[in-house]
Ligand binder design. Sequence first.
Ligand code: CIR
Length: 263
Amino acid sequence: MSFSTHFTHAITRKPAPSIIAGLRAVDTGTPDLSLMQAHHADYVATLRETGATVIELPALDAYPDSVFVEDTALCLPQGAVVMRPGAPSRLGEAAEMAPHLRALYSEVVGVTGTDSFIEGGDILVTEREILVGRSARTNAAGIVELNRLVAPWGHTLREVHTPPGVLHFKTDCSLLDADTILSTDRLAASSCFDGYRVIPVADGEEAAANTIRFNDLVLMPAGFPRTRDAILAAGFQLREIGNSECAKLDGGMSCLSLRFTPR
Ligand code: CIR
């Protein structure tokens, strides 16, 4: 079973009322908490439907963006790495996640350098390597430190670039199976996916690029019919989840969970 697409567990965190103060690149309106909660419940139910155990953490009102748990850690088969988010308002979220990882994993390490910044949204784990995109949130020191932490576990890390103006590397791509990546053209144009099969996101549907393959399902944001049809045509089973409220905060399917098989 592929460790990059199949998982026994996920961790999510309920959205907090403070979500209305969440970070965003462009203000397209205040997120509606109750609609976000409904979308989130649908997301969690879909993860569970694949047979996984989903640990739902309570809302953390002190951190408006804390629903986006992916940015706090990198979960690998050998252990978990606690991140150091590059957004100052999110730095404390990683420490909030650490004890939950320690309860599930025997090995939990952390990025700790005061000059090191790295967020999980910039990390794409495939079966053969870990791609890390430099971005406004992830710097060279963070990548060097992550490399030092995961090399003893047998992982090869490759630094790539997040397109200008794009929040995270995975805002623009996702892994669909061991060899297949869904990507925007603007990201794939950098040749970072040479050697993989790339399914292009339809023109004008760039916000559909952030999906997750979770066990037998691909979860994608609702409202992108041409990209949905391309994924279906490639033979994947797919579920559309409402994402209108998280999208106002530049969040998508991957941001909402940590996905892993602990040991
Ligand atoms: C932020 O700007 O940090 C949040 N509003 C969105 C984080 C999305 N996370 C992700 O793509 N992994």
